[in-house]
Write a protein that binds this ligand. Structure first.
Ligand code: AMP
Length: 124
């Protein structure tokens, strides 16, 4: 269980409640996918579970198996809809301070549309 409490006022919770706009790519019972507001690649989309989970460890600990399976399938389906499946893409989750997670609702980044280069940039 994560030490931090889930904050229902985080920006992705607001997107889920349609309180702020997002460019939605895909939605199903378990997940919502939308374009990142500050894209770092030609394709940069975020996929979030609909449940209130802080991060990957919280999701792994608390989510029912069906939600975990549904979330993973939604990531693959979103990439397929974005047209990046054939050329390839990257899926990434930032976790905690060292991971650089900014928004405290679990999200997976999908990057694509160009060769993505080094997996982990040099520190500094
Ligand atoms: P992370 O550092 O993994 O927490 O990534 C958070 C991401 O959320 C960043 O890439 C931001 O550009 C993105 N972001 C923040 N606010 C919004 C928003 N309102 N709509 C879409 N993307 C957002």
């Amino acid at each position: 269980m994560a030490a931090q409490q889930y904050d229902p006022q985080n920006v992705f919770a607001k997107i889920l409640r349609r309180e702020i706009p997002a460019k939605i790519v895909y939605e199903d019972a378990h997940a919502l996918a939308f374009h990142d507001v500050r894209p770092q690649a030609p394709v940069h989309v975020l996929v979030i579970p609909k449940g209130a989970y802080l991060d990957w460890p919280d999701f792994a600990a608390r989510a029912p198996d069906a939600e975990i399976a549904g979330f993973l399938r939604a990531i693959a389906e979103t990439a397929r809809l974005l047209g990046v499946e054939a050329a390839g893409y990257r899926v990434l989750a930032n976790i905690g301070v060292d991971g650089g997670q900014e928004v405290p609702h679990l999200h997976m980044h999908i990057f694509g549309g160009r060769k993505l280069g080094r997996m982990v940039p040099q520190a500094g």
